[in-house]
Design a protein around this ligand. Structure first.
Ligand code: NAD
Length: 292
């Protein structure tokens, strides 16, 4: 099966990135969301990423900025999924929302369409049956797309094994390194490790062992990293992190989820809202003196 058209559900942080990379890789792309503001902001996010990539010389061609105009942004599910060979779903990390979306697109998508979800911590088997085509359903999970170029392929027990090599090829065509998660595991490979690390940082903060800045500095200096756990959380989005953390029953995760909720209630969602643990576009951890 040849993939020509890619349909992205959810025009947020990740949906915008996957859509842009798919367009840059020569695919026809549609982006669907329920909010016009999200679609408008997706266009701006894509243009910003393109300008950064041009500045970093990762794209030489200035005309790449025009690629955004080739993408279809729509509030109409039928228009979004028309003739789609594959869907990659990046809507809110919330079971009810994802169930609703998969039920809808399961009934609207052409028979050929492969279904993939970009969920960070939920499992594909939660949505495979509701989508109406469990054999064509698989998790296909990106990280940052442009700077962290790993894509997890995680089938559920009912996924047709033929989907795996197709997704490996598709992932490579999007300039990602595909890795296979042989059985369902919340958080795939990298995020399983990341959660342990973020959880430890959250525990250090909520039990008042150290400040946000000192926790980040410890990580940055020891591993020569450009950001620490709280910089990473700002990048991921505090709302996304909260959706994951609040479901963890242990006391320290609950305390950290409570702290994340306080930030969210103040509109501090991280980089995408201009403020999270740090203020953007010039967060303190990027200042030259931060780790001196
Ligand atoms: N942020 C990350 O670093 C990251 C990385 C990998 C995977 N993911 C996963 O990608 C998904 C999206 O995360 P995000 O960070 O882009 O979130 P986000 O909040 O930036 O975007 C979510 C988008 O979903 C839209 N939406 C909500 N309900 C919808 C519906 N019923 N139909 C269509 N669109 C709907 C919202 O309007 C919003 O634009 C989540 O499952 C998350 O776990 C996120």
């Amino acid at each position: 099966m040849k993939i020509v058209k890619v349909c992205i559900l959810g025009a947020g942080t990740l949906g915008s990135r996957v859509a842009l990379q798919a367009a840059l890789s020569g695919y026809q792309v549609s982006v669907y969301d329920i909010k016009q503001e999200a679609l408008d902001s997706s266009v701006k996010v894509m243009q910003k990423i393109l300008r950064q990539l041009i500045k970093l010389n990762q794209i030489q061609d200035q005309s790449a900025l025009e690629i955004v105009h080739k993408i279809t942004f729509t509030l109409d599910p039928l228009e979004a999924v028309y003739d789609a060979d594959i869907i990659n779903e990046s809507v809110l990390e919330d079971i009810d929302t994802k169930e609703k979306v998969w039920k809808l697109f399961g009934s609207l998508a052409p028979e050929k369409t492969l279904f993939t979800t970009n969920t960070s911590y939920l499992l594909p088997s939660l949505f495979a049956e509701i989508s109406g085509r469990p054999e064509k359903f698989c998790a296909f999970h990106f990280h940052d797309v442009f700077y962290s170029k790993i894509v997890d392929i995680m089938p559920h027990p009912g996924t047709d094994p033929k989907m795996i090599p197709m997704l490996e090829d598709f992932g490579k065509s999007l300039h990602q390194v595909p890795v296979l998660v042989k059985k369902e595991n919340p958080g795939y490979i990298f995020n399983s490790m990341l959660m342990a690390f973020i959880g430890a940082a959250g525990r250090l903060l909520t039990s008042e062992v150290a400040s946000i800045e000192d926790i980040d500095k410890s990580w940055m200096v020891n591993f020569n990293m450009p950001m620490g756990p709280f910089g990473i959380l700002d990048n991921v989005g505090l709302d996304t992190a909260w959706h994951v953390t609040r479901k963890m029953p242990d006391r320290s995760s609950q305390a950290f989820a409570g702290l994340l909720k306080q930030y969210i209630d103040k509109g501090k969602l991280g980089e995408k809202s201009g403020e999270g643990f740090y203020k953007y576009p010039n967060p303190a951890f990027r200042e030259i003196n931060f780790i001196r």
